[in-house]
Write a new protein. Structure first.
Length: 140
């Protein structure tokens, strides 16, 4: 089983969506995690709502620091994907081993202003973009 870490700044939306979807779609081939450089400390309720609506399990979803994955007792990571431009531009911790890294920039749905429907639409678009990239990743 390969391990994947999705990174974002706040670890409340995009990285949570990607973690949950890969754990669901990977069917035991992958173990996904998520973290943030400056975690908000809570998962965005629109992310949880979308995942529930799509019947994607979110057991244990929490906003956490990327420092957890740079510690000596952290899981061995095979892949690390940044999903926001801000996290991609930051100086990341030194990751144990030599994980493959890539940037999958997706607009931040949590930054959208407007009605709840506007926000739901933004989360749906972010989820579709991430799910597409993950599906391609799984097909390789």
């Amino acid at each position: 089983m390969k391990s994947v870490l999705f990174l974002c700044t706040g670890n409340s939306a995009r990285s949570i969506l990607a973690e949950a979807y890969l754990n669901h779609a990977g069917r035991g081939r992958f173990r996904a995690y998520s973290a943030g450089s400056h975690p908000t400390g809570r998962v965005n309720p629109f992310a949880l709502e979308l995942l529930a609506r799509r019947k994607v399990p979110v057991t244990g979803a929490r906003s956490k620091s990327w420092d957890e994955f740079a510690a000596a007792d952290a899981p061995k990571l095979d892949f690390i994907f940044t999903v926001c431009d801000a996290a991609a531009a930051e100086v990341c911790p030194v990751w144990p081993g030599h994980p493959v890294t890539a940037h999958w920039g997706v607009p931040d749905p949590a930054a959208v202003q407007g009605t709840d429907e506007d926000k739901r639409h933004a989360f749906e678009e972010a989820f579709k973009a991430l799910a597409h990239r993950i599906d391609v990743f799984l097909a390789e």
